[in-house]
Design a protein around this ligand. Structure first.
Ligand code: FAD
Ligand code: FES
Ligand code: MG
Length: 290
């Protein structure tokens, strides 16, 4: 049981939640994630990146977007209440070294997992340029936090309501076209965004590291749910990743696999459980079968 100690709504769909988890807070490194089970009574397990941690206070912070049933259930929890299980830290830490100039690109909720990487890259002595992308102004998160570490910060929105009206690939291309070009880049966001960041950086022969957000179940390499093809080999994102050389990732295959449970996920989120007399995980299935 992990007590929720703070909660903040960052935008219409994004919440920041701080929970007690002293052992994870001490051990975690940039790029690692946790698997959260909100309630053990039929609750599913969802991976969330550790956005921040305070080893002294024994707390860790997760930032999540309400996209479906489980993230909505988490969003209604309040400080003083508990999350039943947190497993972690999982995955390999980000490979951080003094590369020189690093361009860090975050799209949507991907900005939250990017933040500890930006911190770590800066602390390692890099010049760090950050690009934050969001659909619209209300969904821009972590601007102030990023400013604390970024040597240069560019904000873009799809609708132009804040910052530049552009996709993240536009400023990324401009940074890549500079002489000297960046020594490293990092992209975290929706798979389609990472795919196009890969194409953009490949054109300039700039390396790109991506953090993959495949569907995960156990998070320990046992179920195979998170498998992806990287450089023609099968890899498990939970134990071999979550970060990989973006130039080797088969994004098209990953995107197909991520849609595999869409009908079940939508049924879980939208169906009404009342009166079905079934445990919550069976009710949506029953509803979906009707
Ligand atoms: P659903 O309606 O069940 O699913 C919506 C979409 O979320 C699906 O289409 C699928 O793409 C994805 N998803 C669903 N179940 C899982 C699952 N078990 N594992 C992975 N993805 C799933 N989201 C954040 O908001 N903040 C984060 O910091 C964050 N970090 C992540 C780190 C990793 C390593 C991974 C793999 C994913 C991360 N995600 C993060 C994505 C997050 O796990 C999903 O948004 C969440 O599981 C959705 O659950 P749901 O029941 O609310 O939505
Ligand atoms: Fe099961 Fe990675 S989540 S093998
Ligand atoms: Mg779900």
């Amino acid at each position: 049981m992990n007590k929720i100690v703070a909660k903040k709504q960052l935008s219409a769909e994004v919440f920041e939640m701080t929970v007690e988890a002293p052992l994870i807070a001490q051990a975690r490194k940039a790029g690692q994630f946790i698997i959260v089970q909100i309630d053990t009574d039929w609750g599913e397990r969802i991976p969330l990146t550790i956005a921040d941690a305070d080893a002294g206070a024994g707390t860790l912070t997760m930032v999540f977007q309400t996209v479906g049933a489980t993230t909505h259930k988490l969003a209604v929890k309040e400080p003083g209440e508990y999350v039943e299980n947190i497993l972690g830290p999982l995955g390999n830490p980000t490979h951080v070294e003094k590369f020189g100039t690093v361009v860090c690109v975050g799209g949507g909720i991907g900005v939250a997992p990017l933040y500890p990487i930006v911190q770590a890259m800066k602390q390692a002595g890099n010049q760090v340029k950050v690009i934050i992308g969001a659909r619209t102004k209300e969904l821009v998160i972590f601007e102030d936090r990023m400013r604390n570490y970024a040597d240069e910060l560019v904000i873009v929105t799809d609708d132009g309501s804040y910052g530049r009206k552009a996709l993240v690939t536009e400023p990324l291309k401009e940074f890549c076209a500079l002489d000297p070009k960046p020594d490293m880049s990092v992209a975290i966001g929706p798979p389609i965004m990472m795919k196009f960041c890969e194409k953009t950086t490949a054109a300039f022969d700039v390396p790109v590291m991506v953090s993959l957000n495949t569907i995960m179940i156990d998070g320990t390499g046992m179920c195979g749910g998170c498998r992806v093809t990287v450089g023609g080999e099968t890899k498990f994102v939970c134990v071999d990743g979550p970060e990989f050389d973006g130039h080797k990732v088969d994004f098209d295959n990953m995107m197909i696999r991520m849609r595999a449970y869409k009908a079940r996920e939508d049924a879980d989120h939208h169906s009404c459980h009342i009166g079905l007399g079934l445990p919550p995980h069976e009710a949506p299935v029953a509803a979906a079968r009707k």
